[in-house]
Design a protein around this ligand. Structure first.
Ligand SMILES: Nc1nc2c(ncn2[C@@H]2O[C@H](COP(=O)(O)OP(=O)(O)O)[C@@H](O)[C@H]2O)c(=O)[nH]1
Ligand SMILES: [Mg+2]
Length: 312
């Protein structure tokens, strides 16, 4: 029992450190705002500005700041910025909690389709997810459904080889046919999880959005009630414009999850708040680098703290 507790605590703190080190750019915006023993009116303006600079969006930044101000005015105990920070943290955390869901993949096979714009991290995330599921003891199968670029299939085959996982691909194949065959194969081979890669596309490319709907449909023909999940990858550095991507993909496909990638780069993370304000689509995972284990399940408390910084 003891060794188990120690181990899980260690994992928890590792996760914490990784998310913490990822959002430095956002945190910098809040530097020096939690030191003073007095809260002046200008402090609220600075908080609002820092939220905007962290990609939270102008309107939501205003709402959060107004809420913060009201709460602080009501609570006479709060006199210094450090206590004000605690209130801000709670407001942010509460919003992020709306994006959290317990990942639960008990159906076998669970079919997961990954969609998103070019370069948003679909194939890389699939590689990391394969590793994640394999570590859980699950039998994983991958489908190289990005037939648009030959290199994309090779990239997935590489990820498969790294993990000792089978990848289904067809040279010059049709993505819907690959998705159909892979789903049948996942059933026949008694796989626990099948992850289907797709070619990147812009939501404005309507014929390509139709193609995704077709892929979804043929998967359901191969196995009724599937795909069980359709997840959208979003580049964490994209800022506010991700909302348009979410709207279009959700409209077409009824998403059941989002993966925010590249939070380790210059991403500010504020778009998480923007998402929580507008959608009820859970953030399943966050990508924190290019290595196979650079993927974490989304954690609202850790992310909130990483966004604004620790107590001073
Ligand atoms: N730093 C970093 N790079 C990432 C992450 N996820 C993907 N990438 C990189 O982003 C680029 C595009 O990724 P890819 O998976 O090919 O995108 P796709 O076109 O959506 O399949 C590649 O160079 C990846 O290595 C991440 O979480 N962090
Ligand atoms: Mg790809």
């Amino acid at each position: 029992m003891d060794s188990f507790t120690n181990k899980s605590e260690k994992i928890e703190s590792n996760n914490y450190l990784r998310i913490w080190s990822s959002l430095t750019v956002s945190r910098k915006n809040f530097w020096g705002l939690f030191n003073s023993s007095k809260i002046e009116n200008s402090w609220f303006e600075q908080i609002e500005e820092s939220l905007i600079l962290s990609d939270v969006g102008a309107q939501l930044s205003k709402e959060i700041t107004t809420d913060l101000k009201l709460q602080i005015q009501k609570d006479y105990q709060i006199t210094d910025q450090n206590l004000g920070r605690d209130k801000l943290l709670k407001i942010i955390q509460n919003k992020l909690e709306k994006l959290k869901i317990e990942n639960n993949f008990t159906k076998a096979p669970t079919i997961i389709m990954i969609v998103g714009v070019n370069g948003s991290g679909k194939t890389t995330s699939i590689g990391k997810l394969a590793y994640f599921f394999k570590k859980m003891g699950k039998k994983v199968l991958l489908a190289a459904g990005d037939t648009f670029r030959a290199a994309a299939q090779e990239q997935l085959i590489h990820w498969g080889n790294t993990n000792g996982i089978n990848v289904i691909f067809q040279k010059d194949g049709d993505p819907a046919a690959i998705a159909f065959d892979s789903t049948k194969a996942a059933v026949a081979r008694k796989s626990d999880v099948l992850i289907v890669d797709t070619a990147g596309r812009l939501p404005t490319q309507l014929h390509l959005m139709e193609e995704l709907k077709k892929i979804k449909k043929v998967i359901s023909k191969a196995l009724p009630q599937s795909p069980h999940h359709i997840w959208l990858t979003l580049d964490g550095g994209t800022g506010q414009s991700v909302l348009n991507q979410v709207a279009a993909f959700h409209d077409a496909l009824d998403l059941s999850g989002i993966i925010i990638t590249k939070l380790d780069g210059s991403a500010k993370g504020g778009m998480l708040l923007a998402l929580s304000n507008k959608y009820k689509i859970p953030v399943r995972f966050v990508g924190l680098g290019e290595n196979i284990d650079d993927l974490e399940e989304f954690n609202p408390a850790t992310s909130a703290e990483a966004l604004i910084g620790k107590k001073t």
